[in-house]
Design a protein around this ligand. Structure first.
Ligand code: ACO
Length: 294
């Protein structure tokens, strides 16, 4: 059954509190509020879909977008194993809403001038809150897939980078435009970019602020697959389904191992594999939650 935060059903339906969040911000946002922010959230079994839904502004993002994404992450239903992030319309996302650069800013959210006037600690907190909207997509217990068509610029590129996998339409292009606008990429994108393409190529991509087309993205490892534009939804759905083929606990432990591998020596990683496997073997022997995948 599909539960939707974008439909007529109560926004609380289909949502389970995840991660033990107890404060008010652990309550799911309603469909209406999400729509005002330009987002939709839908759950179909073990697959959740987050849609950027402000195509008339090419899915430009604001502080409200990021705090709503963070809230979606905090309140993700427990059954969700795969999260698809996509954008309505011709482009995945044109990045930050350029009204942030104007003195008037985004209605109800202020502008960069507002942030500039904040004390250091408060400015740090605001940016950390924005980053929270991206960080949860790396959680070991889920796999996130960005489905990217058209432009993914700045914050749009970083949102795609926050996901574990990127499926691109053949018209997709990535562009890290922040340095061209006097900013740094600060929405968690620099680390995955470097991990995927290396420091030298990341420097070149960021400091030229050039567009990286779909075929080049595939060659560089920035894309998992490139498909014809009209096949993007089907290819993403197929991948999402395929990611459900494994035992959940084993998948979570495996993703954690893979994520932590770059920071460990071989000996440390071998020890981590042994520790994780001991847990799996005990779970299998106990006949509990885990069992061989069909
Ligand atoms: N913020 C606010 N509005 C935007 C943004 C944005 N980032 N991008 C596009 N829009 C609006 C346009 O102003 C236009 O509005 P209008 O119809 O009222 O005139 C509408 O979306 C459509 O934009 P077009 O430019 O006509 O769409 P097109 O498909 O031809 O081009 C593209 C898309 C390439 C994304 C272009 O809009 C663009 O370059 N946008 C700005 C990208 C940018 O500089 N982003 C900031 C990156 S840095 C960061 O994210 C931190």
């Amino acid at each position: 059954a599909t539960t939707s935060a974008g439909g007529g059903a109560g926004p609380e339906q289909g949502h389970a509190r995840a991660g033990g969040v107890r404060d008010g911000s652990g309550t799911p946002l309603g469909a209406e509020r999400l729509a005002e922010i330009g987002l939709r959230f839908e759950v179909d079994g073990e697959i959740a879909t987050v849609s950027l839904d402000r195509p008339e502004r090419r899915n430009a993002q604001t502080f409200a977008t990021w705090s709503a994404l963070a809230r979606i992450g905090r309140t993700l239903p427990d059954q969700v194993r795969v999260v698809v992030v996509r954008g309505e319309g011709p482009s995945f996302s044109a990045g930050i809403d350029l009204r942030m650069f104007t003195p008037e800013g985004v209605p109800g959210e202020g502008s960069f001038a507002t942030v500039a006037g904040l004390p250091d600690e408060e400015a740090d907190r605001r940016i950390a809150e924005a980053q929270e909207g991206f960080l949860w997509l790396r959680r070991p217990d889920i796999v996130s897939v960005a489905a990217v068509q058209g432009h993914a610029i700045g914050a749009g590129f970083q949102l795609a980078l926050a996901c574990d996998l990127r499926v691109l339409a053949d018209d997709a292009s990535f562009r890290m435009k922040e340095p061209a606008l006097g900013l740094v990429p600060d929405l968690t994108g620099t680390k995955p970019l470097v991990e995927l393409v290396g420091v030298a190529r990341a420097v070149e991509i960021c400091l030229t602020a050039r567009a990286v087309g779909a075929e080049e993205a595939l060659r560089l490892g920035l894309a998992h697959a490139v498909v014809p534009r009209d096949e993007l939804s089907a290819a993403t759905a197929e991948l999402a389904g395929a990611l459900l083929a494994t035992d959940r606990a084993a998948a979570t432990a495996t993703k954690r191992l893979l994520q932590e591998a770059p920071g460990r020596t071989l000996a440390e990683q071998c020890a981590a594999e042994r520790a994780a496997q001991a847990v799996r073997i005990r779970a299998l022997a106990g006949g509990g939650a885990a069992g061989p995948a069909a």
